[in-house]
Design a protein around this ligand. Structure first.
Ligand SMILES: CC(C)(COP(=O)(O)OP(=O)(O)OC[C@H]1O[C@@H](n2cnc3c(N)ncnc32)[C@H](O)[C@@H]1OP(=O)(O)O)[C@@H](O)C(=O)NCCC(=O)NCCS
Length: 181
């Protein structure tokens, strides 16, 4: 059964296969803008060796702490992976606060499920499992944004109690209660 894990080295081979699936969809290309794309560009070359992958995992695990080293403009965040045994199915990034830019687009949470694992309820379950992490850092209502034509993501958000605020620059904006659901 899949569960929300901190990043772990045990899923290395499956992680590489998942990243190949994302790359085949165009993720990580120079003009692709997403947190996953940023990580593919910044760290992708190091992932193939066990030591490089372990260093990436170790870096991810520092990210919730305020003093951690992170790219300019990034806020403390909790990276989590959705895994089943040694299988990496997806990822969710949980940002502990909003910047003016995140308030505009991006919000508190972003997620990706590898193509071969889609339409099995993983993103819906992963978001449900992630919301208490935001509640624990004091965020009562999470902002989630998605492209206005991203039907799957909209369903994931609405299944988790998301209330539509409106649309801005082609993105739908939802507020999702993090606790007491
Ligand atoms: C969006 C994404 C995370 C959904 O992951 P998933 O694990 O397939 O989602 P779920 O299985 O929980 O499906 C949620 C709902 O969306 C529906 N759905 C999934 N893919 C769909 C698609 N391509 N078209 C229409 N509906 C779709 C499911 O049937 C389900 O509907 P239901 O609740 O009525 O049964 C995944 O497609 C993905 O990683 N896409 C690329 C990255 C992305 O868009 N991330 C979100 C950015 S805001």
């Amino acid at each position: 059964m899949a569960w929300l894990s901190e990043p772990v080295v045990t899923v290395h081979q499956s992680f590489l296969a998942a990243m190949a699936e994302f790359a085949a969809e165009g993720r990580g290309q120079v003009d692709e803008r997403s947190a996953l794309g940023d990580e593919m560009r910044d760290f992708g070359a190091s992932w193939t060796t066990p030591a490089g992958f372990a260093a990436y995992v170790a870096w991810l695990r520092t990210q919730p702490v305020a003093e951690a080293s992170r790219p300019a403009g990034w806020v403390p965040w909790s990276p989590r992976w959705w895994i089943d045994g040694d299988e990496y199915l997806g990822r969710i990034q949980i940002r502990h606060e909003l910047t003016p830019k995140l308030l505009e687009v991006g919000g508190h949470i972003g997620y990706d499920v590898r193509r071969s694992a889609r339409r099995q309820g993983h993103a819906t379950a992963m978001l449900a499992a992630a919301l208490p992490i935001l509640a624990a850092v004091g965020v009562r209502s999470a902002l989630l944004t998605c492209d206005n034509d991203n039907i799957a993501s909209r369903k994931v958000i609405e299944a988790n109690g998301g209330v539509l605020e409106g649309e801005r620059n082609g993105s739908l904006r939802f507020w999702v209660p993090t606790a007491g659901r």
